[in-house]
Design a binder for this molecule. Structure first.
Ligand code: NAD
Length: 433
């Protein structure tokens, strides 16, 4: 089939490449001419494992092209996927639908009358119905669940597909688009618009709640002298609870979970339903960042002024260069404002971090970042950081003190190498607090 993918950011570029991979002819559309030029030249303007190769493969095969022209898109596509951003509104918890509205208006003007406009962006419940009523061209909603860092795998082999449709025709078209994915056994749930929209926001709300639940337990452990890692291990053996998303740490960030739970609570208010617990989920999450800042102060003797602090990590999660609402950079920036001499290192997100926080220091390697440090904060769980040798690291720093904000480091190894090791929600193994 001939598909367009409108908005070629993290979601859209991945979706476009994967649709080409399963055999479609795909035209990616973006209003950002620099992004389109980069993609045309085979350069992916963000870090996603395997994506540059897949885009290169299909631009070479002729199945994938990019444009800024809606006219070209309208003439090209039978199905148009809208993948533009839905950031948080300035001054409100709600979602900014400006880009979604603009993209639908532009493609509806140029699309063939029998085309299908498919929203993939994460939107407040009610958006699909409103857009369907506004245009003559049929609308469907097909929310996306991919995880950055696993985006290709998640698109080609998703846990499930959700089709929010208003007709059998729309469902049949979506089933045809995804035929190879469905043939591989992926379950599909067909639903009305509100249910399809809600699957996405409910999934994000559940995951955020699970993360904040264990982080709230970490707060209790800190107050009561317990160890949250043992607590989550024991909870995780319970099949009804499960171990995934149950590791305590500095909490979630990124371009999705924080803004999505806020937009969900806001939309629920509009509908007269209270999801106040999501605001507490949000607050618990933000408090973990405060706790790391507080720990850094404690470990530096009450004041970080002039302390050389190394922050390992800048991306909001490993295998990504996405720094949107990154807990690591939030903490780094706050310590910098308090007068610490902060040096950040991240395997992929250095350019983005430098642009967003130009006043922080940056190192070209973890080793360089560690040199002369008074305190090390491990804030993004890259595998590279887990494999740092604590003995070697100790020889580089001025004072061997580390806070594991992700719970991924081996406390015994670091302690045995002479480090004062602190983690969220656990007593220090060497009993130093
Ligand atoms: P992004 O900011 O990386 O990309 C959005 C792209 O849309 C940009 O390239 C921008 O230039 C383009 N754009 C804006 N207005 C446009 C218009 N009128 N026409 C054409 N292009 C336009 O955002 P993203 O992370 O890809 O997220 C997109 C949507 O997908 C959001 O609703 C997000 O919540 C959802 N989502 C994202 C992920 C993820 O992991 N990033 C996962 C699932 C769902």
């Amino acid at each position: 089939m001939r598909l367009t993918v409108i908005g070629t950011g993290y979601l859209g570029a991945t979706h476009a490449a994967c649709m080409a991979e399963i055999g479609h002819e795909v035209l990616g559309v973006d209003v950002d001419p620099d992004k389109v030029a980069a993609l045309r030249a085979g350069r992916v303007p963000f870090h996603e494992p395997g994506l540059p190769e897949l885009i290169a493969k299909h631009t070479a095969s002729g199945r994938l092209r990019f444009t800024t022209s809606y006219e070209e898109a309208g003439a090209f596509g039978e199905v148009h996927f809208v993948c533009v951003g839905t950031p948080q509104l300035k001054g409100s918890e709600g979602a900014d639908l400006t880009y979604v509205d603009a993209a639908f208006a532009a493609i509806a003007e140029h699309a063939a009358p029998d085309a299908l406009l498919v929203g993939k962006s994460t939107v407040p419940v009610g958006t699909a119905g409103r857009l369907a009523a506004a245009y003559d061209v049929e609308v469907a909603w097909n929310p996306e669940f991919l995880r950055e860092g696993f985006a290709i795998e998640d698109t080609l082999r998703p846990d499930r597909l959700v089709f929010g449709v208003g007709s059998r025709r729309a469902e049949t078209i979506l089933r045809t688009v995804y035929q190879p994915v469905l043939a591989a056994g992926t379950p599909a749930v067909t639903a009305d618009f509100p249910t399809a929209e809600l699957v996405k926001t409910a999934a994000n709300a559940f995951l955020a709640t699970k993360i904040s639940f264990i982080n709230a337990m970490a707060e209790v452990c800190e107050a009561a002298g317990g160890d949250v890692t043992k607590l989550s291990e024991a909870l995780g053996y319970d099949d009804r609870i499960g171990r995934r998303f149950l590791r305590s740490g500095i909490g979630f960030g990124g371009g999705c979970l924080p803004k999505d739970i806020r937009a969900f609570a806001h939309r629920a208010d509009e509908l007269g339903v209270s999801l106040a617990f999501l605001r507490e989920v949000d607050a618990i999450n933000m408090r973990r960042r405060d706790r790391v800042v507080e720990l850094a102060r404690e470990l530096c003797g009450g004041d970080v002024l002039g302390a050389r602090i190394t922050v390992l990590g800048a991306a909001f999660k490993p295998d990504s260069d996405d720094i949107r609402d990154s807990p690591a950079l939030n903490v780094a920036a706050r310590l910098g404002l308090d007068g610490a001499d902060v040096t950040v290192y991240d395997p992929a997100a250095m350019d983005n971090a430098r642009k967003a926080f130009p006043l922080l220091g940056y190192a070209v390697s973890a080793e360089e970042a560690l040199r002369g440090a008074d305190l090390v904060l491990h804030l993004t769980e890259w595998p590279q950081f887990r494999s740092i040798d604590p003995e070697r690291a100790r020889s580089l720093v001025r004072r061997p003190r580390i806070v594991d904000g992700r719970g991924g480091l081996d406390a015994d190894r670091w302690t045995a190498a002479g480090w004062r090791f602190s983690a969220l929600g656990r007593p220090a193994p060497n009993g130093e607090g």
